[in-house]
Design a protein around this ligand. Structure first.
Ligand SMILES: NC(=O)c1ccc[n+]([C@@H]2O[C@H](COP(=O)([O-])OP(=O)(O)OC[C@H]3O[C@@H](n4cnc5c(N)ncnc54)[C@H](OP(=O)(O)O)[C@@H]3O)[C@@H](O)[C@H]2O)c1
Length: 254
């Protein structure tokens, strides 16, 4: 009997925001599915520890520490993938930041800049370097949010940034289809992670309100979101491009 193949067997995958939350879960899911993974985020010690854990489990994993706001750092990460594993097939552009909380008219410019530069310029930087490197076709998944589909109860810059991620996703999907590169987005709902723990700790009652805003009335585990990203990154979703997949417990269905 032949062994069942993982859905990402042999693919070289770059994952940003891999030092915690959804990105760290994706590193484990992608490696389990047979991908050779390159982890990207700013906290190098976390990446080192996670890539060692994955290698100890039999996977091929390495990391390139960097800031997605910086085009040079992203270029270096993509070059690291190509130099280490010979190619780039898959990218999960997942790094993101929420910024300060508050109503639009009371927020500082610095919050707008941080949120736009991390979520939008970050995806912009990733797309440009990854598409250049995907000379054999590929699949890219960008992390948007429920806040990229509706004005949810998070600050305005984050809502604007996550809508922009969907715009970049559609534009890149249309431009790259003829080159065999698919580009999609996921729109997670409430998912347990550092960003969310911090938000819920700062706003009394928010956890119950956020859970109740979706029919499933719970928070996702980061692995549940990572599984959706893995499917979109794999050849099993071969006719899906330019799409945004809600992974939100039904949050945007009612
Ligand atoms: N959790 C949710 O409910 C939810 C819902 C919808 C969408 N999302 C999105 O999901 C993605 C992952 O977030 P998460 O929930 O898993 O939160 P998280 O645990 O806080 O993870 C955020 C990740 O992004 C990385 N990151 C932040 N700024 C970066 C930068 N400038 N350069 C490189 N990496 C950077 C962080 O690593 P370093 O600090 O080490 O750089 C970390 O690995 C984000 O795009 C977020 O907006 C989350």
């Amino acid at each position: 009997m032949t062994q069942p193949q993982g859905s990402l067997e042999g693919k070289v995958a770059l994952i940003t925001g891999a030092s915690s939350g959804i990105g760290a879960a994706a590193a484990r899911v992608f490696a389990r599915e047979g991908a050779r993974v390159v982890l990207v985020a700013r906290r190098e010690a976390r990446l080192k520890e996670l890539s060692a854990e994955l290698r100890a489990g039999g996977a091929q994993a390495s990391y390139s520490a960097g800031d997605v706001q910086d085009s040079g750092d992203v270029e270096q990460a993509v070059a690291h993938a190509v130099e280490t594993y010979g190619r780039l097939d898959v990218a999960f552009n997942n790094a993101g930041a929420g910024g300060e909380l508050g109503p639009l008219h009371l927020l500082e410019d610095a919050t707008y800049d941080l949120v736009m530069d991390t979520n939008v310029r970050g995806v912009w930087n990733c797309l440009r370097h990854q598409i250049r490197a995907m000379t054999h076709g590929g699949s890219i998944v960008n992390t948007s949010s429920v806040a990229g589909l509706v004005a949810s109860s998070v600050p305005a810059p984050y809502i604007a940034a996550k809508h922009a991620v969907i715009g970049l996703t559609k534009a890149a999907a249309v431009e790259c289809a003829a080159d065999g590169i698919r580009v999609n987005a996921i729109a997670p709902g409430l998912t347990r992670s550092e960003m969310v723990e911090d938000w819920l700790a700062r706003v009394p009652g928010q956890e119950a309100r956020s859970k109740a805003s979706a029919p499933q009335n719970r928070m996702a585990a980061p692995e549940e979101v990572a599984e959706a990203a893995a499917w979109l990154c794999s050849d099993r979703s071969s006719f899906v491009t330019g799409a945004t997949l809600p992974v939100d417990g039904g949050r945007t269905a009612w």
